[in-house]
Write a protein that binds this ligand. Structure first.
Ligand code: NAD
Length: 285
């Protein structure tokens, strides 16, 4: 493969993760196209990026010029075809395999032949996404953490067929975005969510069994195990739909009962109480 130079980054999915990735890419000098099927979501994302960049400016972390340059290098679009001249695409849409497969096929058809397609999925097998395309060697997992502008780690997950040069280029990009990387193999939940999500799921089981209140579960884990926030607060922050989707992937990928999704977590999602993003989850916002 010829050396991979990345200048133009496309991001599809302008939710909490996609907007954070777009912001960080723009702050680091990349030209960014941010796509979503919802115009309202794109506008909301742009508003959030403005607020976030202004906070960084107020804290003296970035100059006023840097803030304006970053905002000026982000183009918003609801047309996937507009991403067609990108060197590197990052998919950050809803954690749903069928929807992601459709988007991967569409991106594969429209992107330049040498472009890399990365997924920010929390748990869906990279190898399955890759094999839906004509370029499985150029598909990789690039798992950012939430909130992207603040969290240091990107988990890199090469699929079964990923070209080592693509892995190297993706690590180099993550580092240019100011992140540190860890590398995991493509097995259910990779590393971070394989360990984190069962803890969150167990917090829902403990709540379901009335062993403690949500506040006491969170307080116990926060102060007792030195975590920045308790597992139920964290679940609200991640999105309960995303947590449930990850538990289902862990369970269906292993058929191991220790990964069975908590019935209470399922109930919250069925009720549409998805956490901070919908104003109500375990807690009300
Ligand atoms: P979100 O619900 O905030 O945003 C998802 C966005 O995808 C929405 O704006 C929606 O309109 C858009 N979308 C849905 N279908 C689309 C399509 N076909 N084309 C374009 N856009 C589409 O979700 P999120 O929390 O940003 O999660 C996105 C991805 O990042 C998921 O794969 C999730 O597992 C992963 N992730 C989430 C977190 C987290 O803490 N929330 C952390 C790491 C990774």
């Amino acid at each position: 493969m010829e050396p991979i130079t990345v200048k133009k980054i496309a991001i599809t999915g302008a939710g909490q993760m996609g907007s954070g990735i777009a912001q960080v890419a723009a702050m680091n000098g990349y030209l960014v196209k941010l796509h979503d099927i919802s115009q309202a979501q794109l506008e909301k994302a742009f508003g959030q990026m403005k607020v976030s960049l202004s906070k960084l400016h107020d804290k003296g972390i970035i100059s006023a010029d840097a803030r304006e340059n970053a905002l000026g290098s982000i183009k918003l679009t609801t047309k996937l075809e507009d991403l067609n001249d990108s060197d590197f695409a990052i998919e950050a849409i809803t954690e749903n395999e069928a929807v992601k497969l459709d988007v991967f096929k569409a991106l594969d058809n429209l992107l330049p032949k040498k472009a890399i397609i990365a997924s920010n999925t929390s748990s869906i097998p990279i190898t399955r996404l890759a094999s839906s395309t004509q370029r499985p060697g150029q598909v990789i997992g690039m798992h950012f953490m939430n909130p992207v502008p603040l969290m240091k780690l990107v988990e890199i997950i090469p699929g079964f067929a990923t070209d080592p040069a693509v892995t190297a280029a993706t690590i180099a990009l993550a580092e240019k975005l100011g992140k540190q990387v860890s590398q995991s193999q493509d097995y259910p939940g990779f590393v971070v969510n394989r360990i984190l999500m069962p803890m969150i799921n167990e917090a829902f089981n403990v709540l379901h069994e009335n062993i403690a209140s949500a506040e006491d579960i969170d307080k116990g884990m926060k102060l007792g195990t030195n975590q920045p926030m308790g597992p139920l607060t964290l679940a609200d922050f991640i999105g309960l739909d995303t947590c449930l989707a990850i538990m289902r992937v862990l369970y269906q990928g292993t058929f191991d009962p220790r990964f069975r999704p908590s019935p209470l977590l399922t109930k919250y999602v069925e009720a549409g109480f998805l956490g901070k993003k919908t104003g109500r989850g375990v807690y009300t916002y």
